[in-house]
Design a protein around this ligand. Structure first.
Ligand SMILES: [Mn+2]
Length: 309
């Protein structure tokens, strides 16, 4: 039960059925799976208001053969993210806090573009916590696969194609000094160089092993909130262990446990500084009985203030 001291939030839900950024089909069904798992009812029960703003349309590619092998389906993904940026800005202008559900992680460029632009208009900058098994710091120059879902963090920090990196009212959309990666355990060689070059702080699974998730999150929150209006949490479900979320596009063993995953969300809720939340890479085709969508709903609830006591 929500305690009386918890602030009621106005949650604005947006689905983005995007599957062009990854190599596997199926993540386009993520928004439906989350709705079926009862997100609206559960968030309302927690004491928040909830409005479903529907889905942001994803363009059909001209063909399933992408033109650009270094950035597959860039025009289609750029268009969708531009629409998403506008929708996020609009709902924030109406006093809603965005809850965006993908879709593959390429959508983060649009979400971050919207949140960053909303606060830029008030002369404020925004922090970014990127929870992920991967660093998502590739660019068309460094990528091995050409899959854009491996590029969105780089784009938010001003690297990568203009269609993604220049979606916001400010450039870069996020300052590297206010961005932080949590949960990383799979990173390409050239991507590693990019992480160092850009200077984004990275807490790997080894850091979580050694320091514990609580200490890691306190540091992550400090970085993201330093001089900012607050932060956006871009949560790739593959950051959690496949035991917690088996239905994801690119599962990687050795992620955060059930309790550690909830501790991430609880730390975020406790901070009172979360400006937006995004859940990505849910793949119902690889799931069994919608268990991953239900786990994702529980994680969202923890981020919105649900506590054990
Ligand atoms: Mn990701």
């Amino acid at each position: 039960m929500p305690s009386k001291s918890e602030k009621e939030q106005n949650i604005g839900f947006l689905g983005v059925p995007m599957d062009l950024g990854g190599g596997r089909r199926g993540v386009d069904m993520g928004p439906s799976a989350i709705r079926i798992a009862g997100i609206e009812e559960r968030v309302r029960k927690l004491g928040h208001s909830f409005r479903d703003f529907g889905n942001v349309p994803v363009a059909e590619p001209e063909s399933r053969e992408p033109d650009d092998k270094r950035a597959r389906f860039l025009p289609e993904i750029g268009d969708c993210c531009a629409r998403l940026r506008t929708r996020v800005e609009e709902l924030m202008g109406q006093g809603f806090r965005p809850l965006v559900v993908g879709g593959d992680h390429s959508i983060a460029c649009g979400t971050v573009g919207g949140i960053s632009s909303h606060y830029h208009a008030q002369g404020k900058k925004v922090g970014l916590i990127w929870f992920d098994a991967h660093a998502d710091m590739n660019t068309p120059e460094t990528t091995e696969s050409g899959n854009i879902h491996g590029m969105p963090l780089a784009s938010c920090l001003g690297r990568g194609p203009d269609e993604l990196a220049r979606l916001g009212a400010r450039f870069p959309m996020i300052e590297a000094q206010n961005a932080v990666l949590v949960g990383v355990r799979s990173i390409d060689q050239r991507e590693r160089e990019m992480v160092k070059e850009v200077g984004v702080r990275c807490f790997t699974m080894r850091d979580i092993d050694i320091q514990g998730i609580h200490r890691v999150m306190q540091q992550a929150l400090e970085i993201a909130c330093d001089g900012s209006a607050g932060f956006h949490l871009s949560f790739d479900l593959d950051g959690t262990d496949p035991d917690v979320a088996p239905g994801v596009g690119t599962p990687v063993p050795g992620g955060t446990t059930f309790r550690e995953s909830h501790a991430v969300m609880e730390a975020v809720a406790e901070s009172g500084k979360m400006l937006g939340l995004e859940i990505t890479e849910l793949n119902p085709i690889l799931d069994s009985g919608n268990a991953t969508a239900r786990a994702a709903v529980e994680l969202v609830l923890s981020a919105l203030g649900k506590s054990i006591l």
